[in-house]
Design a protein around this ligand. Sequence first.
Ligand SMILES: [Zn+2]
Length: 259
Amino acid sequence: MKKNLLFILFMFSIDFVAAQNNSDCGTQMKTSWIQELARKTANLQPQFSAPQTVNVPYQIHLIVRANGTSTITLQDLYDEIDSVNAFYINSGIHFYECIAPEIIYDDLLFDFDYNTEESILLTQHYSPNVINMYFANTVTSWSGAALCGYSQYPPSDDYLVMAASCATNGITLSHELGHYFGLFHTHGGSAFELVDGSNCATEGDLICDTPADPTLSNTVVDVMCNYTGTALDMNGMPYAPDPTNIMSYSRKVCRNYFP
Ligand SMILES: [Zn+2]
């Protein structure tokens, strides 16, 4: 099933989600949302051509120090969104700036803490009917871990939060937007997707045109982007995941595939 169907299905819908600890992506998922996604996609038919382009509005919120300094610039972010649009073109999605960027001069928010500061962003710096893209210097999760960024699965408020160190790496912003539109990591919420694809609609990322993924990392993907792990599925079949999928936990330099 092509992912563009999921994108359109969940466009601008909203609700929340919970649980998965990763120092890279902090987007959380919960069982109830996996079940809801499986239910919604159960009767969809495969679609192999991009739908008519859907233009998706966004607003940038760039958090800088009180003195106006930062490690990234608005131009850096526009360049990154150009990269995002290149990834999403095959899904028929184009992001466009709908509201002028907001520069937030705040030494506290500059190093953003989810536990104490998310509510500030969502109450004082939130615009309705656009994707609010917040860019901080660093992002600390609910558990205290440093994150590249996080978003929310739909339905939720329309936003994502990015750390400056990952905001212009060509990958993470597209990855977080993937979550925003309802995509799970390719390993999904469980490691029970079978290599033969027989349960692909209910396990892993619930998408059957991505191979089963036992959860990738730098230790099982080499510098040439080959999977080197030896994990077996519950049938004893060796996994053959795709280290290039942008929704995986593969090496960042390897992630360049976004159908
Ligand atoms: Zn993620």
